[in-house]
Write a protein that binds this ligand. Structure first.
Ligand code: S3P
Length: 177
């Protein structure tokens, strides 16, 4: 057994709008495994939208549900490419879960790029009102939150396919994959 033998999944972390979902589908197709989005899975299990959970119960309640969904997804036996919510990295418990069960890849992008991609998206409660203020502030608050990843990729100059290529290469290098 090699030291990475428990890394069953590829786990994509990164700020909102860094392309986690798009890249997860490209990678899953190449690996012949399933792509799963923890936000979508959370909404499916709860039967309500993330923005409604935030509005009805607040962020702390959302984070608790997020941890339980993440744990359930990571315990799947088959390999999955998992796209996580941008704040899933905030809890140490989640970071530990992710790095012990998967190859964790952080996708990065600059504030302007993020604002252009998701600034107007009503589904993201943390960006409502003034994304030009919230995006740089949250990026600053979270500037070290993604440091635990095994690999980090600056996505701005790359296509989603090129991002997937880099992750694919790293996955191949990992013994046993
Ligand atoms: C959040 C990111 C969102 C979603 C929720 C909170 C965050 O996911 O989980 O709105 O705290 O950064 P995406 O990164 O998929 O937008």
């Amino acid at each position: 057994m090699d030291k990475h033998s428990t890394r069953k999944h590829i786990v994509l972390v990164g700020f909102m709008g860094t392309g986690k979902s798009t890249v997860s589908h490209l990678l899953a197709e190449r690996l012949g495994c399933k792509a799963i989005d923890t936000d979508a899975e959370l909404e499916r299990r709860e039967g309500r939208k993330i923005r409604d959970i935030f509005a009805e119960q607040g962020e702390a309640a959302f984070r608790k549900i997020e941890t339980s969904v993440l744990g359930a997804v990571l315990s799947e036996k088959e390999c999955h490419v998992i796209a996580t919510g941008g704040g899933a990295v905030l809890a140490a418990e989640n970071r530990e879960l992710m790095s012990s069960h998967g190859l964790v890849v952080a996708l990065k992008a600059d504030p302007a790029c993020i604002i252009e991609r998701v600034g107007k998206d009503a589904a993201r409660p943390l960006l409502q009102g003034n994304p030009e203020v919230w995006v740089p502030k949250l990026l600053e608050d979270r500037k070290h939150a993604y440091d635990f990843a095994h690999l980090a990729i600056e996505t701005a100059p790359l296509t989603a396919e090129q991002v997937a290529d880099q992750i694919w290469e790293r996955w191949q290098q990992e013994a046993g994959n």
